[in-house]
Design a protein around this ligand. Structure first.
Ligand SMILES: Cc1cc2nc3c(=O)[nH]c(=O)nc-3n(C[C@H](O)[C@H](O)[C@H](O)COP(=O)(O)O)c2cc1C
Length: 216
């Protein structure tokens, strides 16, 4: 089946030229096309100019801590992250979406974050708007009690704590890059629809942030 989202993109090579629309870039840190991407789709339902970047499909090497970017504000690693740097700068809104892995972001999302170190030194993304999404699925792994309740939730709120810690990592990233968080949604039990209302509200919030004039 054709992805209805990609059909709504104005320009298959990236953002459309029409400056009326928000330029939204959604970075998915999932290694599957499942729940994380469903959250992105729900948040972008009403949007018309966006690009979804699936990190799993890109070759992005780990940061080597070579320190080149400290002075040059450029990363010397020649891989597909180089295509993302200008897209991140041009965007009016960045969505960062990661599955929760071991109470944290996924490895490919962390890798992406580390490769954003040039922005830490350049300050180039300062005040850029960002929305954060995560989903955890401990329910897939654990047992229920006789009433079908998640034992982890009942015992120590473990499911919510787990996604909260993942969210915290993304918030830390935003703080260090001076990004402006406009909304965040975390879902548990592998169920994005449980947060459908919040994702819709986030979509409505995104509409409020239409750029007043064309970005250079
Ligand atoms: C390596 C790994 C670690 C995980 N760790 C957690 C975790 O700490 N907390 C949690 O709630 N779910 C955890 N999960 C479950 C995933 O968050 C869940 O399956 C989620 O839906 C994955 O997103 P996706 O559907 O986009 O792949 C883990 C899954 C994997 C593969």
């Amino acid at each position: 089946m054709k992805n209805p989202l990609s059909q709504r993109r104005l320009n298959p090579n990236g953002f459309g030229s029409d400056n009326f629309f928000m330029k939204i870039i959604a970075i998915s840190g999932s290694s599957r096309d499942k729940k994380t991407n469903m959250m992105i789709e729900l948040a972008l339902k009403e949007q018309s100019n966006f690009e979804i970047i699936k990190l799993k499909d890109l070759e992005i090497k780990p940061c080597t801590n070579c320190k080149s970017c400290h002075q040059t504000y450029k990363c010397v690693i020649n891989d597909q992250m180089q295509d993302l740097y200008p897209k991140l700068v041009e965007a009016d809104l960045i969505i960062l979406a990661s599955p929760t892995y071991f109470d944290n972001v996924s490895g490919i999302m962390k890798n992406f974050m580390d490769r954003c170190l040039p922005f830490y030194f350049s300050g180039q993304l300062a005040q850029e708007k960002v929305a954060l999404l995560t989903i955890g699925g401990f329910k897939e792994y654990i047992e229920y009690d006789d009433l079908g309740n998640c034992k982890w939730c009942l015992e120590n709120n473990a499911c919510q704590n787990s996604v909260d810690q993942c969210m915290q990592t993304m918030e830390n990233f935003c703080r260090l890059l001076n990004l402006s968080i406009i909304g965040k949604v975390s879902a548990i039990h592998g169920d994005p629809l449980e947060k459908e209302k919040e994702l819709k509200e986030l979509g409505e919030k995104i509409n409020v942030f239409r750029p007043a004039k064309k970005k250079k």
